[in-house]
Design a protein around this ligand. Structure first.
Ligand code: GTR
Length: 429
């Protein structure tokens, strides 16, 4: 579904361009010159707020980790109320002939309350046919509804709000039949089940529609105590999407085919920012994968290359907490940087990717965000990245941390999935 997804990406860029006055204005404003990256100093990951040096895993687990998590709650993503939810599931469909007979495919509705008309999430679950025992799995949000994963008319067409996309006949925020299979190229279902893994996905708009409505809809309406405008450190959409991923993991705890203790949380782009945040907040995720996650994801904010904090907050005011905009054109004042977000995955295996044509996401910044999380892995006796030199194109490095930069544009490709599967074979088997 390269087309539709890149359509969304391009739409984001178009809004940016409009805000900047013209596409030319936009292009001129973003910095793509290494020589113009400001001098920056990363906060010390291993120094506690009271100035103590962290030298043991116990100090990280007992103190520093919570401090770092607190910084991201306060200054970046915000915090959401725990929520008073009651999870119930109902199977919508169950077939064993999906993906040319390779996959057992289930559609499962997850209700968050006792009320069928209340908030709900629609899961799409693939597991290998003929498997013995529970399998490890990938869990990731999708951009267009579950029907976009495969062009199978039996899949339920999402009823949630979707972005207008004339190219796919979406005029009025209702998904059209034309969206069936439109995201298929981003989900290597066949490779995944053939390798013996499950795949669980759901539409991110089921959790929170991706537009700024003042937080009246989605899970915010259910979780928030007040209906007024958000303030300070109240969680935005990324926190909501991450919250939803944890609810899916709750449900998977009782699944008969998936081993919930071996679930990798995966996401692309805004959903890669989300997978990092979900993995940070919920340590039950066994592995964290952030594909082309860019600004607000693995990329260092203080590098100010490609997308900046000011840009992202202006175009997507609902993604982060209100406090995050204090750092618009002021990244050096951030009391954190995104190596600290990646470090919250430690000691679990973590995979960050870039695409060479995705300069907007700052490939080098993504690599360094991962690299500088290394000391926490070392603390746990895990193997960090071997060097601060970026690997060559299409030459993944995999220790307990993994990185690759591949040919091509902002996207998820079969190549990416082949590497995730190798990494998972190393760590989830
Ligand atoms: C862009 C945004 C990026 C990235 C992308 C996406 O418009 O600037 O940070 O999140 O959207 O999610 O597709």
């Amino acid at each position: 579904m390269a087309n539709l997804a890149s359509g969304i990406y391009a739409a984001g860029l178009a809004v940016l361009a409009t805000l900047a006055g013209s596409p030319v204005g936009f292009a001129q404003e973003a910095n793509y010159d290494e020589a113009k990256v400001p001098k920056f100093r990363l906060p010390d990951l291993l120094k506690t707020e009271s100035g103590e040096q962290v030298t043991t895993p116990e100090q990280w687990v007992g103190q520093r980790r919570a401090e770092v998590l607190g910084l991201f709650e306060e200054h970046v993503f915000g915090k959401l109320p725990e929520g008073d939810f009651q999870l119930r599931t109902r199977v919508r469909s169950d077939v064993r002939d999906a993906i040319g007979g390779l996959a057992h495919r289930r559609e499962v509705t997850v209700f968050l309350t006792a009320d069928d008309d209340g908030p709900k999430l629609e899961l799409l679950i693939y597991t290998p046919v003929g498997g013995t025992g529970k399998v490890p799995a990938f869990l990731g949000l999708n951009f267009n509804g579950n029907q976009a994963i495969e062009a199978d008319p039996r899949l339920h067409l999402t009823e949630s709000w979707v972005r207008n996309n004339r190219e796919l006949g979406i005029e009025n925020n209702r998904a059209s039949e034309a969206t069936r299979g439109s995201e298929a190229s981003r989900w290597a279902v066949e490779k995944i089940v053939k390798a013996g893994y499950g795949l669980v996905t759901l539409y991110y708009g089921d959790i929170d529609p991706d537009f700024d409505d003042g937080f009246k809809n989605g899970i915010h309406a259910f979780l928030r105590k007040s209906a007024g405008p958000r303030t300070g450190n109240e969680g935005g959409s990324i926190s909501a999407w991450a919250w939803g991923l944890s609810r899916v993991l709750d449900v998977l705890q009782t699944d008969s085919e998936i081993d919930a203790s071996r679930v990798a949380v995966f996401g692309h782009s805004r959903l890669g920012k989300t997978s990092l945040w979900a993995g940070a907040m919920d340590e039950r995720f066994a592995m964290v994968i952030a594909n082309n996650s860019g600004c607000g994801g693995a990329a260092l904010s203080k590098r100010a290359f490609g997308e900046t904090v000011g840009r992202i907050n202006r175009v997507f005011p609902h993604w982060f907490c209100v406090n995050h905009s204090k750092y618009n054109e002021n990244e050096q004042a951030l009391p954190l940087d995104h190596h600290m977000l990646v470090a919250l995955a430690a000691p679990r295996p973590v995979y960050v990717t870039s695409a060479v044509e995705d300069e907007w996401a700052d490939p080098r910044g993504e690599f360094l965000g991962l690299y500088y999380a290394g000391p926490v892995y070392t603390l746990f006796g895990r193997e960090p990245l071997p060097s601060d030199v970026m690997p060559e194109l299409n030459q993944p490095v995999m220790t307990d941390m993994a990185y690759h930069i591949r040919t091509g544009k902002h996207d998820v490709t079969d190549y990416d999935w082949e590497q995730f599967l190798k990494f998972a074979d190393k760590h989830l088997r």
